[in-house]
Design a protein around this ligand. Sequence first.
Ligand code: TLP
Length: 339
Amino acid sequence: MLIDLRSDTVTRPTLEMRRAMAEAEVGDDVYGDDPTVNRLQELAAEKVGKEAALFLPSGTMGNQVAVMTHARRGEEVILEAEAHIFYYEVGGLAVLAGVQTRPLPGERGVITPAQVRGAVRGDDIHLPRTGLVCLENTHNRAGGAVWPLELFREVCGTAHEAGVPVHLDGARVFNAAIYYDLPVTEITRHVDSVMFCLSKGLCAPVGSILAGDADFIARARKNRKLLGGGMRQAGVLAAAGIVALEKMVDRLVEDHENARRLAAGLAEMRKVRLDPDAVQTNIVYFDVEGDARRIVEELRGRGVLMNALDPARIRVVTHHDVSRGDIERALEIMKEVLD
Ligand code: TLP
């Protein structure tokens, strides 16, 4: 059996999800007639403390719909330079939302109130209007890093003082909440909209949620349709999402423990550079001596999958489908190659 540490997106639906999917009551969701989608959206909105929520096929679509709904074409969007929305969404901000980006250099995914204050545009005739600030928590390219919560609140406050809304790419926001050991609403109450994924650590096969106030979600629903994301009997997918939200959040703590175990084991290997204290949630980044892509290929041949992010850097992600036993076995195999 392969041990797949490429991403938490590789998780497969649980048996309970598959049963719920088979039995889901469905209808045409473009007409608003799918009772299971409606139930998921109500549950999701309640979980993150927002008025309304929308079920979308992917996190990428959720983020892009959020930007399109908050900002007009030609407006400027402030974000951190390694943000998924900017780095990994195929240029969607330019192609779909038609916005101009203002990437700011961050520290482990975090930008400061002073940076945001300095980047918000004034009303000079030459300048674009600042339409949105996007934040990411946990931060993917910063290795699953969480924001210091007080700083997160301050940055949101700074944007709001300037009259600019805040969207949170919370693909893994429940991992952040588990890290803080606080209800997720302690994060989401500071933002105008949040996207989170059901299909990563929460194990649903497909789908993400965008949540915000009722008017925002009504407009987002139209933009989802524009992008071709109006699904029909999507209740078969939403049924798994309901199980994801009800049953799969609390166990994320196990993924964090496994990530810490992986990091501790890796840090002892001769050809690895890694600071175990930097590992906060379920993502571990490490630098290797030698060609990361070749090392990843070699490990694939031995049954352990991971991603090389650049010539010297590898990412591993823990999730429901790798047990503590798998982690120990992966470490033994990695030792053969990296020690
Ligand atoms: N992340 C994926 C890849 O796209 C890199 C991964 O394997 O980590 N926001 C964040 C912070 C994400 O990490 C991801 C996916 C998304 C948005 C997009 O979600 P999907 O894959 O559902 O479009």
